[in-house]
Design a protein around this ligand. Structure first.
Ligand SMILES: Nc1ncnc2c1ncn2[C@@H]1O[C@H](COP(=O)(O)OP(=O)(O)OP(=O)(O)O)[C@@H](O)[C@H]1O
Ligand SMILES: [Mg+2]
Length: 164
């Protein structure tokens, strides 16, 4: 699912593009599609390469976490000339201890998922590193909401080896 909504709130303000994708738990055939579409949209609107990379990683890890850990969810990207805000809202088991989940290497991914190459416990830490703002809210037994803001960067900040 993808929808593009015209910006209703600021008709005279800067252009804003909103993308929305439904993500199904365990749907590995479609996994990564939302992140790819967000990446292409950012390239299309001329985001700086480094911001595209950081946003793509963030969107991909958020999407995979829904596929692997939740029942279903929605990934949204709100793109303005200044920044992209990526949100992932899911229905699923929730995260009982967010501080623990944020630690590098912590994963509850089962063996069959690890055999597919996931479950290193690096998704959430990488999302935080790639974002300028990052937050998680979760309710056990209900679901999880992740929000990440990645600022677009002016030309001239490229190629400084600051990739995270
Ligand atoms: N959307 C979610 N719903 C429920 N639990 C989640 C969700 N996202 C993350 N978690 C929990 O937090 C843990 C850490 O997530 P993280 O993305 O860092 O690692 P991972 O998904 O296990 O492995 P990797 O991302 O490296 O493939 C997960 O193993 C899981 O227990
Ligand atoms: Mg993950």
């Amino acid at each position: 699912m993808e929808t593009r909504k015209p910006d209703q709130t600021a008709p005279d303000g800067p252009a804003r593009l909103e993308l929305e994708f439904a993500v199904e738990g365990r749907d590995f055939a479609a996994a990564g599609n939302a992140a790819s579409r967000i990446k292409r949209a950012l390239e299309h609107v001329g985001f700086a390469a480094r911001a595209v990379r950081r946003a793509s990683i963030t969107a991909y890890e958020a999407e995979m976490n829904i596929v692997i850990h939740a029942r279903r969810g929605v990934i949204r990207a709100c793109i303005t000339p200044e920044a992209v805000t990526i949100t992932a809202d899911d229905e699923g088991p929730g995260i009982p201890d967010i501080e623990l989940a944020m630690q590098e290497g912590y994963s509850t991914a089962p063996e069959d998922i690890r055999e597919m190459g996931f479950g290193a416990g690096m998704g959430l830490p990488n999302m935080r590193k790639c974002s300028d703002r990052f937050s998680i809210e979760s309710r056990v037994g209900q679901g999880t909401a992740v929000r990440a803001v990645i600022r677009n960067e002016r030309r001239g900040t490229e190629g400084r080896g600051l990739d995270r």
